[in-house]
Design a protein around this ligand. Structure first.
Ligand code: PLP
Length: 219
């Protein structure tokens, strides 16, 4: 008989690998949150993960996320580049926005939060490899931007997020992000995906964002 829920089995495997990576790094596995990235997958997949005990989910696009969330028991993190005109909907829907990366987006989020009386947790996305095509605040501007966001949003600005350059050893990039978070006294470091989360845990990730290793490959 075929396994009725590969998602549950995949989750189990990933949680075991997170635990092993944490122990290898001398860290408490409880300090690492698995963000199950459900972008492009149906709400049925999210429900299967929820039924298997997973509670934190990541989505890239606000419109797609709004078709699946809110779901009772699920926390939603928006992890993709966010358009300013989607900020109000993002503030309404998300428990966290991991991709704050420019002043105009901060204004839009701040205005929406004031109107709605609700402010999600925020992470500053840092363009850690200084890649021209990638979202994230440029390295040269990052310290000033993070300070300004901390001043504006207080402890709701909880940490930093990054996606290292493809095809390179990610570890030095993860270490760089962790150092920046330390410098600014920020507790949250969202880094590591299906292919590199163990290195991210080694470098101090508090949130790993894993999609394909849980839900299968995307079309
Ligand atoms: C899609 C995505 C992920 C998950 O990637 P996988 O390789 O499928 O684990 C993580 N973070 C961000 C920002 C993403 O867009």
């Amino acid at each position: 008989m075929a396994d009725p829920s590969p998602i549950a089995a995949n989750l189990k495997t990933i949680l075991r690998r997170i635990e092993a990576a944490a122990r290898a790094a001398g860290r408490d596995p409880a300090g690492i949150t698995l963000v199950a990235v459900s972008k492009t997958h149906r709400v049925a997949a999210v429900r299967a993960a929820l039924a298997a005990g997973q509670s934190v989910f990541g989505e890239n696009r606000v419109q797609e996320a709004a078709q699946k969330f809110p779901l009772p028991g699920a926390k939603l993190r928006l992890i993709g580049g966010l358009q300013t005109n989607k900020a109000a909907q993002a503030v309404q829907l998300a428990d966290a926005i991991d991709s704050l990366d420019r002043p105009r987006l901060a204004d839009a989020i701040g205005n929406a939060a004031q109107k709605q009386g609700r402010l999600p947790e925020l992470l500053v996305q840092v363009n850690i490899g200084d890649e021209p095509q990638k979202s994230g605040i440029a390295l040269a501007d990052a310290d000033n931007f993070i300070r300004a966001m901390r001043a504006r949003f207080g402890t709701s600005l909880a940490g930093l997020m990054c996606i290292p350059p493809e095809g390179e050893d990610p570890l030095p990039y993860f270490q760089h992000l962790a150092t920046m978070a330390d410098t600014h006294g920020l507790p949250v470091r969202s880094m590591g995906m299906s292919g590199d989360f163990e290195a991210a845990i080694q470098a101090g990730a508090t949130h790993v964002r894993i999609g394909s290793a849980i839900f299968g490959s995307r079309a």
